[in-house]
Design a protein around this ligand. Structure first.
Ligand code: AMP
Ligand code: GLY
Length: 425
């Protein structure tokens, strides 16, 4: 079958790598793709928000399955547009995609379905929000309702920060429409974990747990990023708790969505805070995480295309979703300056040498192929991913591979998976 992957990051290279190993695949296209996906299929110059362009391409090129990498096309209705031309889409409908597209929608559904989450209130009026903020204890968390490229969350330690965040979002509209509604919520304390599940509308199959590293600096310091590294499993959420976690964080939502005629088909990702009082759900994503997808694809033993088709057709079988027992670890190499401004166009050397290390795959993110050379084109450049018999070995291999790769102005965190190692030693 012919498959079109939508997106351009490390997640999409990892998906393309796994899909390219499926015996079901004939032709693979990636829109718009990157330097890594260009080696596995044909990149197509259509952006992820161009729903008409993607749909027309899928129709004209006899695509049998479209795989949505990022959330934006799903929120914009990619699935509905493909439905109209009879092409299956791996990823939820626009209604269900609001779980990620609107924090007020997600929090309200969590409250309605009994999913544990931080206490919160939704505001559309600046004056009411300000009054509420002034009457509640610090720290508190202020979130722009809509998609804000990971920048719409402020953990305010002082009243000035809280008031500033409200003003930025609601009056000065720094996130445009996305900040006109805000969610104000209680700040939680604990270790974070990522928990993803395949969903076919009724059956939920958990994937191994992970931990992401959102801040740019070692020891979780500095600005928030898309994610600087991830490993799986995360000892903070061990395997014997996956079923209970799916019952707590995923099934209430998928059951509710099925009951209201909006079945969730795709990957539902719960961002968790493991607090003293038990796990709390911070947010939902309606797709694989980036970089979480990279360590997950390294561990997935089953055919991803078969799983995706089963999700789309409502025939997901837990026995057919099998992961290797090995541990995986992904270290993101970024361009110095990310997540703010950073240089582009650096020539990347050493990927082949890095991949000679047993268990190592280098997934490319912000890269392009130019005259046969791999050149950086984004902030997160590579996701250097390794399998190992335990976390120590996976981490050591990933960092050994990082040492073999070079480009000007490269930057990476040196403490990926350290929290997990502490828990296992
Ligand atoms: P979100 O986009 O909702 O996941 O928020 C981004 C990041 O902000 C999370 O990964 C957490 O690190 C942090 N965060 C979000 N909500 C809370 C909360 N209620 N308490 C503490 N930290 C939070
Ligand atoms: N790495 C976090 C995310 O994909 O949302």
């Amino acid at each position: 079958m012919n498959i079109l992957i939508v997106g351009a990051g490390g997640r999409e290279h990892a998906l393309a790598w796994k899909i390219s190993r499926s015996p079901l695949l004939s032709k693979l296209f990636i829109a718009p793709g990157n330097g890594g996906t260009a080696l596995l299929g044909s990149n197509v110059a259509i952006l992820d928000d161009d729903i008409d362009g993607l749909t027309a391409f899928a129709r004209d090129n006899r695509i049998d399955l479209v795989v949505a990498g990022p959330e934006l096309p799903l929120v914009l209705g990619l699935k509905e547009a493909l439905d109209a031309v009879g092409i299956p889409c791996f990823g939820p409908c626009a209604f269900a995609a609001q779980l990620e597209g609107s924090k007020a929608f997600a929090k309200t559904m969590m409250r309605e379905t009994g999913v544990p989450t931080a206490d919160f209130q939704v505001f559309e009026s600046y004056d009411s929000a300000l009054e509420y903020v002034r009457a509640h204890p610090l720290p508190m968390v202020i979130k722009a309702d809509g998609l804000a490229a990971g920048k719409g969350v402020v953990i305010a330690q002082t009243m000035a920060e809280a008031e500033g965040a409200l003003k930025d979002m609601m009056l000065d509209r720094v996130f445009g429409e996305a900040g006109l509604t805000v969610v104000v919520e209680e700040a939680l304390v604990g270790e974070e974990a990522s928990f993803l599940a395949f969903c076919d509308g009724s059956t939920v199959v958990p994937m191994p747990s992970l931990q992401d590293h959102k801040r740019i600096g070692d020891n979780d310091t500095g600005l928030n990023t898309g994610g600087m590294g991830a490993y799986s499993p995360a000892p903070v959420l061990p395997e014997d708790r996956y079923v209970a976690m799916a019952d707590l964080a995923i099934s209430p939502i998928t059951t509710h969505l099925a009951a209201i005629g909006q079945p969730f088909k795709g990957v539902l990702y719960a961002g968790l805070m493991m607090t003293e009082k038990g796990p709390m759900i911070l947010e939902y994503n309606v797709r694989f995480g980036d970089p979480e997808c990279q360590p997950l694809m390294a561990r997935l033993k089953s055919d991803l295309v078969e799983i995706m088709l089963a999700c789309v057709h409502g025939t997901l079988d837990p026995a057919k979703v099998v992961f290797h027992t090995e541990t995986s670890c992904c270290v993101v190499m970024a361009a110095k300056g990310y997540p703010q401004s950073y240089p582009k166009g650096m020539i990347i050397e050493g990927i082949d040498e890095a991949e000679k290390i047993e268990g190592v795959n280098v997934f490319q993110a912000g890269t392009q192929l130019q005259d046969g050379r791999t050149v950086s084109s984004g902030g997160r450049v590579l996701g250097v991913t390794a399998l190992g018999s335990d976390l120590g070995q996976a981490r050591a291999r990933a960092y050994e591979a990082v040492q073999r790769i070079s480009f000007d102005n490269s930057y990476y965190r040196t403490d990926i998976a350290v929290k997990g190692l502490r828990r296992t030693q």
